[in-house]
Design a binder for this molecule. Sequence first.
Ligand SMILES: Cc1ncc(COP(=O)(O)O)c(C=O)c1O
Length: 447
Amino acid sequence: MHVTDPLVEEYRRTHPKSQELHERAVRAFAANGATHQARVLDPFRPYVTHATGSHKWDVDGNEYIDYVLGHGALILGHGHPAVVQAVQEQMAKGVHYGENHELEVEWAELIKSMMPVAERVEFCACGQEANLMAIRLARIFTGRKKILRFAENFHGWADEVVRVGSAGVVADEVDVIPFNDLARVEEALARREYAVLMTEGGGAHMSGQAPLDVDFVRTLPGLTKKYGTVWLLDEVVTGFRDAPGGWQSTVDVRPDLATIGKCAGGGLPVGAVLGRAEIMEALSPRTPPEQRISHSGTWNANPLLCAAGIAACKLYLDGRPQKRARELADYLRARGNQVLKDRGIKGRLYCRTVVHFYLGPIDYEPSDDTAPPTKDIKKIMNREMAPIQTRLGLHLLQRGVATMDARFFILSAVHSEQDIDQTMDAFADSLDAMLAEGSVPEELRAG
Ligand SMILES: Cc1ncc(COP(=O)(O)O)c(C=O)c1O
């Protein structure tokens, strides 16, 4: 028997042109018509025509408050005037000279001025590429092959950085251990076989869905140094989002290497490795060939990207966009957590400018709502909650709020309090609808 779902029916009715595009897309793109795993949705995600500030619109004229924001790249919002102007002017002057140019130097200097780890900067095309470059640098520097990573930490989709055991992946040199467990880290490092220890800025998934203990992180520079391993901090999400100096500046640690991406490019695709000059020396043509990395890459530091990156980084310098995004995140969490408490739903919004949504037992009430209400990583990462969040994400889309399956809300400096009020009304309304339709399981209902 075919059971119709009123929400899906209503969504299809209000998104007819998106549905048509989706039907074309499934014949082009194998991932159910999507071009990124996070854009896969049953029945389909909206097809967007344009965006400005904190809002975007789809082919059917529906408007959304956007909490996806270029997968976290757009802390300045869509189409920031300074970035648009810089890109337009540069477009007319030349997109790609295939030569060195002043903009790349200016951009690297700006990055160096904000992130002291950047004794040297190496640009590439995206965050994952930066991580792969960092791994190779560490291997050459240490003369070791093996990679140590933390469970759940995300660094991209390539063999050495994706989840071990994923289909088609060969990652013989990778070991994965739990994080926040100092004894396990020391035990592993003491074997003196790891070239690099990779750590995601803030914690696992988008700046810390499962947060890193700050005390734990602060021991990593000393421990890695003691056992001759390079410590790499992946700040692809947190770089320039948390602070001008990245998450490393907020917790006051100095890695050997850091990677950035997303916000660094002002909305254009970028990755970069920042790090100690002696480690980066492998890129020098004066280094003997057997110790050298020959780095190519058509899009490395192209002028268009540099123009956007410079415009954005100039705005990051004084920390104002980051501060504004944090204030708005505070406001969103406060309103959203009240919505959950009023309905007796076991869940919390937490974390910094990427506000994560946890559903599950409240083990304790943290004094600071940037922390989740449990320390149990299994509960935080409980995959059984995914269908409930996906359902909520569809309810939110239908009410003009775009998230990635309601897993998190990515804030920018250009959301307004009014946006958040509207979002939290939609959040409340969606949860009420889910309570009424019976899609919030009993275990998530208080008492
Ligand atoms: C922490 C982290 N590292 C690396 C990456 C990969 O970056 P990119 O998608 O630019 O390759 C991501 C992407 O979301 C990320 O969140």
